[in-house]
Design a protein around this ligand. Structure first.
Ligand SMILES: Cc1cc2nc3c(=O)[nH]c(=O)nc-3n(C[C@H](O)[C@H](O)[C@H](O)COP(=O)(O)OP(=O)(O)OC[C@H]3O[C@@H](n4cnc5c(N)ncnc54)[C@H](O)[C@@H]3O)c2cc1C
Length: 490
């Protein structure tokens, strides 16, 4: 490897100017500042924050401690493991830019003062994606909420646009987002790209990372003089599920789907595997247009207080979104599987109620944990119904199965967000290990780095891109494990 230029540490480490960028980027942030002078360290820190706030004059800044706490955290507490690791983490300052020019000003200032910067959308992530492990500036994107343009099939938006608000406008021209998480009403489009992966619509369009589901991305780099970079084609993978470690997204072009009038329907079954088979056959039925196929083993539906009049004790439930135009053939399928429709709303009626979406995907975990906080969850690709059945029989009520069907490599597959009765970290690991030994894939939601969750390995493309756009490792430090080991062979 070529020798690195010795240029780092120029602002805060006058006695250490001989450090390489590599050495500097691997130092904890508190040491970068404290090293100026041990005796003056606290003063320096305060002065630094005052200087930063001054340099960001004109941009909305939040320093109120209660707000800082709220805006430092997300839904990490779904995991008992992450609860212990992340609950005390806080940023020092929240900034709310309203334009790309303000984002550049913030990035420049953070690099100048060598302080971490963590981007935040609506803060609904489940693995502490936007929790700043090493403090610093939190860049909240919610004021960047302009839809730049919208035309049939495609739109260009700022990252802070909320997904449901976007769809309201897109539906006026007959289009909608291809997929969205169950946090659809609150989540931002930029946050979904940075931290999400699947949701309603995935039964047709697959995962966010599937080629074609994101058009272009415009981002700001973390360099002394921040650059604007436009990614397109396969290059957009460098930011998808990147936890904001590979640049600050300021604009996105997103492909859309034709909008149907989506009926919301609950069907109940006496037997869990019949419900699961119904889910698979419905998902495989190419002529039935659908957006959501969500299957819940008993007693999960007993946690859905808002639906209690439609969910019978001990029954297994399918929560569905089906095109109104396909309701008749859909009813034939229900009859074939001896299902009973207990809830059925036209699109117009459904729009006046809480959407069934808010009982599916990870909202299922939310409702279950409200009733019983000892429950947590896993994220699993079972790939086949045989494996689902094997796990259903093996774990009994320690792991209650909740399936979401989605399209993966051209096939409809059952994925699980199963509920786990938590006892100890060791037992949780045993459960994960058993699934893996039996051929299931677990995207572990009890870890906060990109690699330890779904990726399972260091993504060289993302890593090399990060070296370029964030050479000091200031963006959401600690979340890309590969960055710390970049200089050792992978
Ligand atoms: C009850 C519940 C249900 C959920 N259901 C689903 C689901 O169905 N599917 C799913 O995929 N997820 C789900 N999630 C997780 C989460 O809600 C979604 O992934 C959501 O899209 C995140 O959006 P956000 O605006 O809250 O992002 P945030 O949580 O604010 O951010 C997510 C990540 O993106 C990064 N980021 C945000 N904006 C930018 C930007 N402009 N530039 C660069 N990086 C950025 C952040 O740094 C962070 O790492 C669920 C969470 C909860 C609590």
């Amino acid at each position: 490897m070529d020798e690195e230029p010795k240029h780092a540490a120029c602002y805060f480490l006058p006695k250490l100017v001989a450090l390489t960028a590599k050495e500097f980027s691997l130092m904890p942030f508190n040491q970068r500042i404290i090293s100026i002078s041990q005796s003056e360290s606290m003063t320096v820190t305060t002065t630094t924050w005052n200087a930063i706030a001054k340099e960001l004059d004109g941009i909305e800044i939040i320093t109120d401690p209660n707000q800082l706490t709220k805006l430092s955290l997300d839904y990490y507490h779904f995991s008992p493991i992450l609860q212990g690791q992340l609950q005390d983490k806080r940023g020092n300052l929240v900034v709310r830019p309203a334009s790309e020019a303000e984002v550049i000003q913030i990035a420049r200032t953070c690099v100048k003062h060598q302080v971490p910067l963590t981007v935040r959308g609506a803060g609904t992530g489940n693995y502490g994606q936007c929790i700043p492990l090493e403090g610093g500036v939190i860049l909240d994107t919610t004021r960047m909420e302009r839809i730049r343009w919208l035309k049939p099939g495609m739109s260009c938006v700022e990252p802070g646009v909320k997904m449901a608000a976007f769809d309201k406008q897109a539906r006026e021209i007959g289009w909608e987002l291809r997929m969205a998480p169950s946090t659809y009403r609150t989540a931002t489009i930029g946050g979904f790209i940075g931290g999400g992966s699947v949701g309603m619509g995935s039964i047709t369009y697959g995962q966010l990372k599937d080629r074609g589901n994101l058009g272009t991305v415009r981002l700001v780099t973390m360099e002394e003089e921040p650059q604007i970079i436009q990614l397109r084609g396969d290059d957009v993978q460098k930011v998808i599920h990147g936890y904001g470690t590979t640049g600050i997204i300021t604009e996105l072009e997103i492909p859309l789907a034709p909008a149907y009038p989506w009926m919301e329907i609950i069907v109940v079954f006496d037997d869990f595997m019949t419900a699961a088979q119904f889910g698979q056959v419905l998902s495989d039925s190419d002529g039935l247009v659908k957006k959501l196929v969500s299957i819940h083993a008993a007693p999960i539906s007993s946690y859905f207080v808002g639906l209690k009049n439609h969910l019978l004790q001990g029954k297994h439930a399918a929560l569905l979104m089906i095109s109104e135009y396909d309701f008749e053939p859909f009813q034939n399928l229900v009859r074939e599987y001896n299902g009973e429709i207990t809830y059925c709303k036209t699109a117009q009626e459904a729009a006046k109620k809480t959407s069934l979406l808010e009982f599916t995907w990870n909202h299922t975990t939310l409702h279950a944990r409200s009733a019983d906080p000892s429950l947590t969850y896993l994220q699993t690709f079972y790939f086949t119904l045989e494996r689902v059945e094997q796990m259903y029989r093996h774990f009994g009520d320690e792991v209650t199965i909740h399936l979401e069907f989605l399209r993966a490599n051209g096939k409809a597959v059952p994925a699980g967000l199963q509920l786990v009765r938590y006892t100890t970290p060791e037992r949780l690991n045993e459960i994960i290990q058993y699934h893996e030994e039996q051929g299931a894939f677990i995207a572990n939601p009890h870890v906060y780095t990109i690699e330890d969750g779904g990726n399972k390995q260091i993504d060289r493309d993302k890593l090399q891109f990060k070296q370029k756009v964030d050479p000091y490792g200031l963006l959401n430090p600690g979340k890309m494990r590969g960055f710390g080991s970049y200089f050792t062979p992978l």
